[in-house]
Design a protein around this ligand. Sequence first.
Ligand SMILES: [Mg+2]
Length: 131
Amino acid sequence: MKVLLVDDSKVMRQIQRRSLTTIGFSDIAEAGDGIEALQQMNGQPKPDIVILDWNMPRLDGLGTLRKIRETDTKTVVVMCTTESEKVRVIEAVKAGVNNYIVKPFTPTVLQDKLAETLQRVGLAMPVPQTV
Ligand SMILES: [Mg+2]
């Protein structure tokens, strides 16, 4: 299962990548803003899950989500918000987001959130590799 991490903060992407690796994801791509994310959505293989930051330059998370949903209702999109952006989540829901997660979050919270989201669309979580 391929995950696309979209965040303008490289540090945030590194943290999220580490969390995803911990919980069993191994195919992880990154994008620094919405424009890059949309380019990556056309790549092969196409991401199954997009973890999308809200505030980004050029094209923000909501704009990116709307653009994705013009042609693709299937890819799971989870929006990352800050506490103060939570009130705007309704806009993202209307635009077709699958779920949202409030930053900062621990690997366990991310795991729970992704498991809940994937279950809703009938997909299974990866099984973490035991070291
Ligand atoms: Mg940001």
